[in-house]
Design a protein around this ligand. Structure first.
Ligand code: GCU
Length: 697
């Protein structure tokens, strides 16, 4: 949108340099020019008029940079007037935007805000330079908007270069060494800043031996990445091995209460900050799926997290401590153990015991990133603990970037869920730092920026389209946008993504493309849900790689993910009355809803209840008929989406079209496989025929 326009960038600092360079780059490509105001401000520079360097169409200025062009002063006065004298801060990452007298003005207090303001102008496109716009104030709802890379430095025998990665290799690492493509890392930072992300953890939460060394002797590799991400306002974090004092420091123990261990962490952390002064902090997966942790020493997870937090505190760092702790060596015969309960059982008793710079990172559901789960009860259980919700942008259980599955509608449901019942705050407010008692209230709770925010497991790799499936980019974009503005309609986010992505490359009229992409993507998560595991029961995937159907694949394993189907019925009884009691981990409102067979939402029925196949759903259909109907419908919807995409040949670049077409062939094949295996399985178990007489193999 810069076009042949003239821009003024005013202010100092690394990120202001970035803003200037971005505008200069746009001008080089599309025409126009940019001027950097001299230190001391832009006094005397008229926004319009014949002054050398002017007139300006776009002013991007830090308010503190000194006197602003007159029109920017007017916008600022408007903003201050509206806010009242008491609170006229724009906020660390916020910006104010307005257009008057033919000038688009972006103001910020901090360089990061200016950068986000610039990307907002880009998002608006041509209309940013159209009619006058009133003063708008934008600020992120969450201060922490982070992506976790599950990237290994070494290719790991089981998980490869990127654990659960479906977009090629790592953009950071290759075969045991830094990948060395620093421009690519810089572009990644740019991409993420444009989405609103401001933190990245650069290695797998499963920290193997090579990766453990990133904390000490290989810190230089991390610093090199941090240097590329910094100009885009992104802080670098590291996943660390809880046993690092033993593995790296030769300590006889990793006991968090041992003075030597505390000293080791303190010294290691000091060296990290000497090398990377704006380092973000640590991510820890402890006592989970074989990773070491405090349990080995009879210590709690608060003891474990706090020792790292104590080391980070002097430097302003945080520890993201994951709540994904459960017994993965469960005996499937043991009906009293319920994996869904584990995080709450382990962590709720620790409420109040974590240091201030511990962020407890909770997966959105109690099990593991299934296409449908209830929201984790941990989120309501720890009002004085900083909580982050972890989402899986990489599509491990949602089609592995071979299937179209736009996840924003799911995330939006999670963020909008009110764990304390209709009168309480939504998940988005809780992780933003709001007190549990009130919708916006911070009184008696934390300030809005003290929450743990949102963390996504990245779906990016060294693939030419970044995400393997080109349409999976929308998930990355939506993650950042929802962390910034959780109430945004997923369809509106998709609209932004379509414009930003296809405007430069689409051929001809963009409206048909927009309509087709909405038809393909808006409901694609529900389509995926329809042809996979029914009614919230989850899994039914092929063990280990988790792609494609295998109804009993996990049924007699140690992983705690069962559906308990027999000839009479299916589902997991998690009620207090007769089941595992998981439903009782929620505050009263939801506990009562989930406990009740009548009130439990259809889509979660089999997560909470074991029911007969003839059980009648709220829709009037029986469970067995619902299974048949949704599986037939899901496949039909994939076929429709595929033909809509066919129709876009010629509207998008040929290589992109071909890539998505091939992936659609695979999605359709796989969806049919799901339909047939699930339907055949339940037909054989139940003996109940399809009421509509369709063929079930
Ligand atoms: C899932 C996933 C693992 C991952 C784990 C985690 O279980 O399959 O690959 O390590 O989640 O979140 O730690």
């Amino acid at each position: 949108p810069i076009g042949s326009r003239r821009a003024l960038v005013s202010g100092e600092g690394l990120l202001v340099d970035t803003v200037h360079d971005e505008v200069a780059r746009a001008c080089a490509r599309y025409g126009g020019g940019v001027r950097r105001a001299a230190p001391g401000g832009a006094r005397g520079l008229p926004a319009r008029g014949d002054h050398a360097g002017g007139p300006f169409d776009l002013v991007l200025a830090l308010r503190a940079a000194g006197p602003l062009p007159a029109v920017a002063e007017q916008v600022d006065a408007r903003f201050r007037g509206r806010r009242g004298r008491a609170d006229d801060a724009i906020g660390d990452e916020g910006f104010v935007i307005a257009r008057r007298d033919g000038v688009t003005v972006v103001l910020a207090d901090e360089p990061a805000g200016l950068l986000y303001g610039l990307f907002h102008v880009v998002r608006l496109g041509e209309p940013a330079f159209g009619a006058a716009r009133p003063v708008e104030h934008h600020r992120p709802a969450m201060r922490r908007r982070m992506l976790d890379h599950w990237d290994n430095v070494d290719v790991h025998p089981k998980s490869g270069q990127v654990e659960r990665g479906y977009a090629g290799g790592s953009i950071f690492w290759r075969d045991g060494a830094p990948r060395g493509d620093l421009p690519r890392v810089r572009s990644y930072g740019r991409l993420l800043a444009a989405c609103g992300v401001n933190a990245v953890a650069v290695n797998n939460v499963n920290v193997h031996v090579t990766e453990a060394h990133l904390l000490t002797d290989r810190l230089g590799d991390v610093a090199a990445i941090a240097a590329e991400l910094r100009p885009y306002g992104i802080r670098t974090h590291l996943a660390v091995d809880f046993a690092a004092p033993i593995v790296l420091g030769g300590s006889p123990t990793g006991d968090p209460c041992d003075a030597r261990v505390r000293k080791w962490w303190a010294e290691a952390t000091e060296r990290v900050y000497e090398t990377i002064p704006d380092f973000g902090g640590y991510v820890v997966k402890a006592d989970s799926e074989g990773r070491p942790g405090p349990f080995a020493y009879g210590r709690s997870h608060a003891d474990g997290a706090n020792v790292l937090a104590e080391a980070l505190a002097p430097f302003g760092g945080v520890v993201h401590w994951r709540a994904f702790v459960y017994d993965h060596r469960q005996d499937w015969r043991d009906r009293s153990t319920d994996r869904a309960r584990a995080a709450h059982d382990h962590f709720a008793p620790l409420e109040g015991l974590f240091r201030d710079n511990v962020i407890l990172q909770v997966k959105h559901g109690p099990i593991d990133f299934q296409a449908r789960e209830p929201v984790s009860p941990v989120i309501a259980a720890m009002p004085s603990t900083r909580l982050a919700v972890e989402l899986q942008v990489t599509q491990e259980y949602t089609g592995q970037q071979r299937h179209v599955c736009y996840l924003a509608p799911m995330w939006s449901e999670v963020l909008g869920f009110r764990p304390f019942g209709p009168a309480g705050p939504a998940v988005a407010r809780i992780v933003a730092g709001a007190a549990p008692g009130g919708e916006r209230g911070t009184r008696g709770g934390r300030a809005p920026d003290e929450g743990g925010g949102l963390v996504g497991v990245s779906n990016v790799g060294d693939d030419a389209y970044w995400t393997g499936h080109p349409l999976a980019q929308a998930n990355l974009y939506a993650f950042g946008r929802l962390a910034w503005a959780p109430w945004t309609d997923p369809a509106a986010i998709l609209d932004e993504w379509i414009d930003l992505t296809f405007a430069p490359v689409a051929h001809g009229d963009r409206e048909p493309l927009r309509r087709a992409l909405h038809a393909i993507m808006d409901d694609s998560w529900r389509t995926y849900e329809r042809y996979t595991a029914p009614l919230g029961v989850g899994f039914m995937v092929r063990p280990e790689h988790h792609y494609g159907p295998d109804v009993d694949g996990y049924e007699y394993t140690s992983w705690g993910t069962y559906h308990f189907a027999d000839r009479d019925g299916v589902g997991v009884d998690r009620t207090r009355a007769t089941g595992t009691g998981f439903a009782g981990q929620y505050p009263p409102h939801w506990s009562a809803v989930y406990e009740s067979l009548d009130r439990c939402p259809n889509e979660l029925l089999l997560f909470f209840h074991h029911v007969p196949y003839e059980h009648v759903l709220h829709s009037g259909s029986t469970v067995i008929q619902h299974i048949y109907d949704t599986h037939f419908a899901g496949v039909e919807q994939v076929a429709e989406a595929r033909s809509l995409w066919e129709g876009l040949a010629g509207s998008v670049p040929a290589a992109l079209h071909a890539r998505v077409r091939e992936l659609f062939d695979e999605q359709l094949r796989c969806a049919k496989e799901w339909r047939d295996q699930v339907n055949a399985y339940f037909f054989r178990k139940s003996g109940v025929p399809d009421a509509r007489g369709r063929r079930i193999p």
